[in-house]
Design a protein. Structure first.
Length: 157
């Protein structure tokens, strides 16, 4: 599947031929993004999620920590990927979101058509060999939900 950017088409067809020095760190989705995506539908009581799709969310501050060394060092080309500590189905992430935020609702896995959805079902967006993040999605939502002024679905805005 080549529906998403890969090392080959980022370096060989994009940045690489430019002759410019570069460093690329590929990460999995941030916890904030999943909270944003799940928050609004959660208020309706129905959470549609992509069927057969797993995610490996990672904490954005951990990615920032990882970026410091490459940003301060010499260009390194493609550096090892970074993913969250666990790979979890979209349905389980939605159930976790509801449980941790005290929400109630029905999680409905739905088939999503198209090449990009198929690529996600095949896990091209995951980094199973690099579960380098420490904080889980449940940890993130627990902390975020306890913040003053936090409203489900607006985190990250």
């Amino acid at each position: 599947m080549s529906a998403l950017p890969s090392e080959g088409n980022l370096t060989a067809g994009g940045v690489g031929p430019s002759g410019l020095p570069y460093t690329i760190l590929r990460t999995t989705q941030f916890h904030n993004l999943l909270v944003l995506v799940l928050g609004k539908p959660a208020r309706s009581g129905i959470l549609p999620v992509p069927a057969g799709t797993d995610f490996q969310p990672v904490e954005v501050t951990e990615v920032a920590e990882r970026l410091v060394e490459p940003a301060l060092g010499a260009p390194a080309g493609r550096v090892p990927d970074m993913g969250g500590p666990e790979i979890v189905s979209a349905a389980e992430l939605a159930r976790t979101y509801l449980r941790v935020t005290g929400g109630r609702g029905l999680v409905i896995p739905l088939p999503v058509p198209g090449r990009i959805a198929a690529a996600f079902r095949h896990g091209v967006h995951l980094a199973p060999d690099h579960p380098d993040g420490r904080g889980t999605f449940a940890d993130f939502v627990s902390v975020a939900a306890g913040r003053s002024g936090y409203e489900a679905g607006t985190e990250g805005r």
